[in-house]
Design a protein around this ligand. Structure first.
Ligand code: CP3
Length: 340
């Protein structure tokens, strides 16, 4: 591996420079992505064509100079593999044709298996070959709760009240669905590792809309199960977005690293998450600012986290309308940060 900074940082080994990558680095901020996106019928065609997914994965490595690639796919591949088809609508996000409301609906979907995501495994194999060990390749999945939220709501939501209603009114049914998603996700991530993913990240994008009690009943235990199954194979990064209220419980996860959103104070995170590599957490909106502001906020973040056991990133995925030059400047600032 020519650049193994992220692998070393995630394992808690010494790094001579802080590694950096961005969540959602392969997307609309990049000209090559927009071109590929225009050439296909829909988002799924891109996700399901290994050559195109590979090209989208490599572009940020080539033109932004990030220290990791993340395989081009989506967390919604899992509900699709379980039998729920979605459409990705231009600037409106995903919409599912059917949603899960009853016990019967849960019984009607399957635990996904390898044949449901071969295209992704082919994309990973091809990307590893094309990367030729330049940087590590990250695989990923949504957390069971976040996938549950999309399966029950059928789309994004401000309140996620349909999803949360099931937690409070039919908790056993909710657990049954979460369990089925978890079984699928474990297979899905193990397959990604077997195909060549060297780190996996679990996105709990909607963890933060739960109460601490609900979070620790309906989200965290399923993340813990996945961590227990995957950690013996590769380093796992958990991203409990908005859920730092449960930091003490999160600290007990069997995972190498925790990704933090921008609401979390770096020093407090160091205290509450001892022994974990931390990743994050610049507010993506900082990247709308002028270069001097991007630099001072980035340096301040690195001062606070320190340079070891740390991976620089944003506190959420990069927004599609952020200028690419600003993203590049952020990456360069991390790389130029003076390290003793
Ligand atoms: O990080 C990467 O560059 C790899 C690819 C990746 C995508 N989605 C591609 C994508 C990853 C890691 C994701 C994760 C994902 N997808 C999450 C978790 C991270 C987060 O943002 O909280 C979530 C919640 C989703 C679900 C999803 N996918 C939504 C809500 C949307 C629509 C809104 C949006 O952000 O664009 C997507 C679409 C999507 N996924 C796009 C890309 C590049 C844009 C689609 C397009 O080009 O038409």
């Amino acid at each position: 591996m020519k650049n193994d900074l992220i692998l070393r940082a995630v394992r808690g080994e010494k790094t001579e420079r802080v590694p950096v990558w961005l969540m959602r680095q392969a997307g609309r901020i990049l000209p090559g992505y927009r071109k590929i996106r225009e050439s296909v019928k829909d988002f799924q065609e891109l996700v399901k064509t290994p050559e195109l997914a590979c090209a989208a994965t490599l572009e940020p490595v080539d033109i932004l100079g990030v220290d990791a690639a993340i395989i081009f796919s989506d967390i919604l591949v899992v509900p699709e593999a379980m039998g729920l088809d979605y459409q990705m609508l231009e600037s409106r996000g995903p919409i599912f044709e059917k949603t899960i409301q009853t016990e019967k609906d849960i019984d009607a979907i399957r635990v996904g298996s390898t044949e449901n995501w071969t295209y992704l495994l082919d994309a990973i194999k091809l990307t590893r070959k094309e990367l030729n060990d330049r940087v590590p390749l990250i695989g990923f999945a949504g957390s069971p709760w976040t996938i549950f939220a999309y399966m029950t709501e059928g789309k994004g939501s401000k309140t996620f009240s349909i999803a949360k209603r099931m937690l409070y009114s039919e908790p056993e049914m909710a657990h049954k669905l979460l369990d089925k998603i978890t079984q699928t996700t474990i297979k899905y991530l193990k397959d990604q590792v077997a195909a060549g993913a060297q780190i996996v990240q679990l996105f709990d994008s909607w963890g933060g809309i739960l109460s601490p009690e609900s979070y620790e009943e309906f989200s965290l235990p399923y993340i813990a199960k996945i961590c227990n199954e995957l950690s013996p194979l590769v380093p796992v990064i958990a991203f409990p977005k908005g859920a730092f209220f449960s930091a003490k419980a999160i600290a007990k996860l069997n995972c190498a690293a925790i990704c933090l959103d921008w609401t979390v104070d770096p020093k407090e995170a160091r205290q509450l998450l001892p022994g974990k590599t931390l990743q994050g957490n610049l507010d993506p909106c900082v990247l709308y600012a002028k270069p001097s502001v991007i630099k001072s906020k980035t340096y301040k973040m690195l001062d606070q986290f320190g340079t070891q056991n740390y991976i620089a990133n944003l506190g959420h995925g990069v927004y599609p309308d952020i200028p690419m030059e600003n993203v590049k400047h952020f990456i360069d600032c991390v790389k130029q940060y003076p390290q003793a």
